[in-house]
Design a binder for this molecule. Structure first.
Ligand code: ACO
Length: 402
């Protein structure tokens, strides 16, 4: 509910809205969600059509520039992103200084923030050419950084980009290839990963995107703003859920694979026990992204010959949930994170890489939202109010009198 207070005399009435359940922070033309109907559209285009026909860089262009590119525009955009994929040698050295066991999300946010120190010519938030340069640099180098965090966690060297390959194909090569050996990415994996990145590319004012906007509202540069978004995404209630889902499935399996017993613990609200990958603040119907991912999990795992018992377990948990009153009455359905981890695992990614892959996919959305805000005359610095509930005025007492 909303608590209304008239205590703040300077602004009149103030609403308390924990979790911003009822507060729109902005107007936006980028992404439309109808949570009751399970509808998601980027710039008006249904997610199902984009997932089937588009590519990640085309969707990035669409989100950022507002229209699907002509073939010439897309070529130029892809060429520009490709050309900037290499990182500065000093940046490589910097990346090598993180401990091996560091969580990739911590490395990733630090790395994106650090990029700003290498490209001081791309920091002005109000010059359109500079913003376009920062956009291309971030899209290009996030791919390199994401592949690097995977390799670094295994003690392997960073591979240089191959400009003749596409964005996703070369990302897979940079991530998985053995140095000096030929690597051809499996086309099934390339198109499945491309589709997953499209599905993650934007989701209006979620926790990380709101973070990007609030940091940017102080006129902080694009790198600082999206690095903050990565940190917001890392939590298990947000992007970190994909990693948490696989941990949950593995744990249930290790304890004998009893889905019914686990669901009882969820419904009994045992501390710390939630059905991860289920529920959403906005979707009160099947998450349309989850429907696409579920289909893809079936076909990708089959094509890769990856017979994963955890997929059966996940399906079993979903089946119980969809016919159980606890979940039905609360309108809890699988969200995008429920099946993604199983696909990433089959592709060869470790659990810790799942959320970085989400960040790689969400980057165009964060950039588009930041750019929209920066050019919106309505934008003001984000500065919520509070209702103070602490002590009333009192006098300081020295240590001896306490
Ligand atoms: N398992 C069990 N119960 C749940 C779950 C779940 N996954 N999600 C919500 N509930 C229950 C809550 O206990 C609460 O029950 P109550 O009314 O009896 O107290 C009710 O459903 C409402 O839940 P809230 O936490 O109030 O819903 P909110 O909108 O604040 O949270 C959230 C949404 C954070 C996504 C929540 O559903 C959750 O924690 N899910 C698991 C984590 C997850 O998958 N996160 C990924 C979200 S999608 C994304 O970020 C890409």
């Amino acid at each position: 509910g909303i608590v209304v207070s008239s205590l703040l005399r300077d602004t009149g009435m103030v609403t308390v809205d924990p979790g911003f359940m009822n507060t729109a922070s902005c107007e936006s033309k980028i992404t439309y969600i109808d949570g009751d109907e399970g509808i998601l559209r980027y710039r008006g285009y249904p997610i199902e059509q984009l997932a089937e026909h588009s590519t990640f860089l085309e969707v990035a262009y669409l989100l950022i520039h507002g229209a699907l590119p002509t073939p010439a525009e897309l070529d130029a955009f892809e060429e520009r992103v490709n050309r900037h994929t290499l990182v500065h040698e000093d940046f490589r050295t910097f990346m090598g200084t993180f401990p091996r066991h560091a969580h990739p999300m911590a490395v990733m946010s630090s790395a994106i923030n650090a990029l700003s120190t290498f490209y001081p010519e791309s920091l002005d938030p109000f010059d359109p050419e500079t913003v376009e340069l920062a956009t291309v640099l971030i899209l290009a180098k996030t791919r390199t950084i994401t592949s690097y965090v995977h390799r670094a966690s295994k003690g392997e060297p960073l591979l240089y980009p191959d400009y003749s390959r596409g964005y996703v194909e070369d990302f897979l090569r940079m991530t998985f290839a053995v140095p000096y050996q030929q690597y051809e990415a499996d086309p099934v994996v390339v198109s499945a990963l491309d589709q997953l990145l499209i599905l993650h590319a934007d989701h209006e004012q979620n926790c990380s995107t709101s973070t990007v906007r609030i940091v940017g509202s102080s006129q902080a540069n694009l790198y600082a703003s999206v690095a903050a978004g990565i940190n917001a995404l890392s939590g298990p209630l947000h992007g970190g859920a994909n990693e948490a889902v696989l941990k949950m499935l593995t744990e249930i399996q290790a304890n004998g694979g009893d889905a019914t017993d686990f669901m009882k613990r969820v419904k009994d609200k045992e501390p710390g026990v939630r059905l991860m990958g289920f529920g959403h603040r906005v979707y009160k119907n099947y998450d349309p992204r989850a429907a696409i991912v579920k289909k893809s999990a079936d076909s990708v795992l089959e094509a890769l010959g990856h017979n994963d018992e955890l997929l059966d377990l996940a399906r079993g948990l979903e089946e119980i949930a969809l016919s159980d009153d606890y979940f039905i009455s609360r309108k809890l359905y699988p969200n995008v994170d429920f099946y993604t981890g199983l696909i990433y695992k089959a592709m060869g990614f470790s659990e810790e890489m799942f959320t970085p892959l989400f960040a790689l996919g969400r980057m165009p959305g964060w950039i588009a939202q930041w750019r929209e805000m920066m050019t919106d005359p309505q934008t003001k610095i984000g500065r919520p109010r509070q209702i103070y509930t602490g002590a009333t005025a009192r006098d300081y007492v020295g240590p001896d009198a306490r």
